[in-house]
Design a protein around this ligand. Structure first.
Ligand code: AMP
Length: 280
């Protein structure tokens, strides 16, 4: 496995090895890898002749400076895990490698900016859009792999691909969970042992809410119950619990019979912000 830090070096290497008869899969990550990332990597390896994983903690997408500073960085371990999963190339630029000058372009994803992650993390999707577009230009993948864990990010990247006509296929992979249901996340490493015991409440809440909706309870009643449940848990602070259309991510007043309904949640547990979702 080869490691690159300079975009131009990676690009010229790929120009030599990525011919018309080879397919290239890209997995964009922020590192501190876990089995969720590796499942995406294994799928990319199975479906492509060549694979690139990027590891870049993108300052542009952090609206909270503390979250950026404390984001775990474990490049050596990440590279060992990627190599074992069959990855061919790793792209791990510094912020200076990635942004020789600060981008002035501003991306606006319309309605997606006004709900959930868009509403609670101003500027976040602008940063995601810019870095993903840059990665697509540098790597020019045939397929790009993203996790359902970040459902709204998938919707944003889908818009980016459609609106800017990136010639690639977006592959969305299911959320990988710990045995107790907690969605795997790099931020889980920052939970203390007591918080780690409490964290599965997030997935339990989503699962119970889904059961209640399927049993015929109204969206309003289910939302109210979730708010009450979190109000009794002082360690958590609920940012949002939303019932939404899985593609547009816009809130719905009733579950959808003609498409997928998404239940989405974001909560702070101590100093760690966790998100999760389920679809049905
Ligand atoms: P991140 O490093 O958090 O930016 O994640 C990189 C990619 O891995 C994103 O497309 C995420 O949605 C995906 N991902 C993160 N956690 C999981 C998980 N538990 N299951 C599946 N995909 C995941």
């Amino acid at each position: 496995m080869l490691l690159f830090t300079a975009p131009a070096d990676l690009k010229s290497h790929l120009e030599e090895i990525h011919g018309p008869k080879t397919t290239l899969g890209l997995l964009p990550t922020m590192g501190a890898l876990h089995n969720g990332h590796l499942e995406l990597m294994r799928r990319a390896v199975a479906e492509n002749d060549l694979t690139v994983a990027s590891i870049f903690v993108n300052p542009l997408q952090f609206n909270n400076p503390d979250d950026l500073t404390k984001y775990p960085r474990t490049l050596d371990e990440d590279c060992a895990m990627l190599e074992a999963a069959g990855c061919d190339l790793v792209f791990a630029p510094s912020a200076e490698d990635m942004y020789a000058q600060p981008p002035t372009l501003k991306l606006d994803f319309g309605q997606l900016e006004h709900v959930m992650e868009g509403a609670f993390r101003p500027g976040h999707f602008n940063g995601v859009g810019i870095v993903v577009a840059r990665l697509f230009h540098i790597v020019q993948p045939d397929r790009a792999y993203f996790g359902q864990k970040d459902l709204q990010q998938v919707a944003v990247v889908r818009r980016l691909v459609e609106d800017l006509a990136f010639p690639l296929e977006l592959v969305v992979c299911p959320t990988v969970r710990e045995a107790d249901g907690l969605a795997m996340s790099s931020r889980n490493r920052r939970l203390n042992p007591q918080e780690r015991v409490l964290a599965p409440l997030i997935f339990r809440t989503l699962s119970e809410a889904k059961e209640r909706l399927l049993a015929g309870q109204t969206v309003a009643d289910v939302k109210q119950r979730v708010r009450e449940q979190f109000a009794r848990q002082p360690e958590f602070s609920l940012e949002y619990f939303e019932v939404a259309d899985a593609r547009s991510l816009q809130p719905v007043a009733a579950t959808l019979s003609d498409g997928q309904t998404a239940l989405c949640i974001a909560a702070n547990l101590g100093a760690v912000r966790l998100i999760d979702n389920v679809l049905f």
